[in-house]
Design a binder for this molecule. Structure first.
Ligand code: PAF
Length: 287
């Protein structure tokens, strides 16, 4: 496995692999890898000849007062874990090269990013789509893998890739959970022991809603009440949103659930903001 930090070198190597007819699979991350990220790398490994992992804590997707400065980092450990999955290249650029002096270009996807995470973090998705565009132009992948845990991000990137004709296959991997149900996230490292226990309210609420759905409940309001009751019962989480939406458009689901829907939750547990989600209906892609 090789480590590259220079953008021109990464582009040159990507061009070489493409010219050699090799398929490049790409997993963009902000590092501090967990099993969920390793699933993405394994998926890329199965579908490509060359696997590239990027590690870049992207400043433009954090608003002032968010956790940019304390975002967990452990580059050595990340490299060891990446190598264990058969990753070929770790691309870890510097912020100054990614955003050169005078950088004034943004990529913005309308509509999909205005609700849920976009409403709570208004500048977040613009930072994500801009950096992912830059990374796509640098790594030049044939395929790129994202996690369903960030469902709205995944939908926005899929739409951007289609609308802007990037010619990259976007693959979405299911959420990886801890044995007790907590969705894996680099931010789980912020949780105290007590927060960690209380954070289970999110996945419990989702599971309860799924149980009701599996037992035949199709009224959106009823399912949402189940979520809210469970989150309120736990008393420990400060809810940001709990929404039932169409999984591609993120428009609110109708009164009755007919096709596939996404249940998305964001809540603060202690000082940590966590998100989780679950799809219901045909072709559900998470567990
Ligand atoms: O999901 C993430 O870790 C980030 O949002 C991404 C896609 C790597 C862009 O910085």
């Amino acid at each position: 496995m090789i480590i590259i930090s220079d953008i021109n070198e990464m582009q040159r190597l990507a061009d070489e692999h493409r010219a050699g007819g090799r398929r490049i699979g790409f997993v963009p991350t902000m590092g501090f890898l967990h099993e969920g990220h390793l699933d993405l790398l394994r998926l890329a490994r199965r579908a490509s000849d060359i696997v590239v992992l990027s590690i870049f804590v992207n400043p433009t997707q954090f608003a002032a007062g968010e956790d940019l400065d304390r975002y967990p980092r452990d580059f050595e450990r990340d490299c060891t874990l990446a190598e264990s999955t058969g990753c070929d290249i770790v691309f870890a650029p510097k912020a100054a090269q990614m955003y050169p002096e005078g950088d004034a270009s943004w990529v913005h996807v309308d509509q999909l990013g205005s609700s849920l995470e976009g409403a709570s973090r208004p500048t977040h998705f613009r930072g994500v789509t801009t950096v992912v565009t830059k990374l796509f132009h640098i790594v030049r992948p044939h395929l790129s893998v994202f996690g369903q845990k960030d469902a709205q991000q995944a939908a926005i990137i899929r739409r951007m890739t289609r609308d802007l004709h990037f010619g990259i296959d976007i693959v979405i991997a299911p959420i990886r959970r801890e044995p007790d149900g907590l969705a894996m996230s680099s931010r789980n490292t912020y949780l105290s022991d007590q927060d960690r226990r209380e954070a289970l309210a999110l996945s419990h609420a989702l599971q309860l809603a799924r149980q009701k759905y599996d037992n035949g409940e199709r009224r959106t309001a009823e399912l949402r009440s189940t979520l809210l009751d469970e989150l309120q019962r736990s008393g420990a989480v400060d809810l940001d949103y709990a929404a039932i939406v169409h999984p591609d458009t993120f428009e609110p689901a109708g009164e009755m659930i007919t096709g596939r829907v996404l249940i998305a939750i964001a809540a603060r547990v202690g000082k940590t903001r966590l998100i989780d989600n679950m799809t219901l209906g045909e072709k559900a892609i998470d567990s």
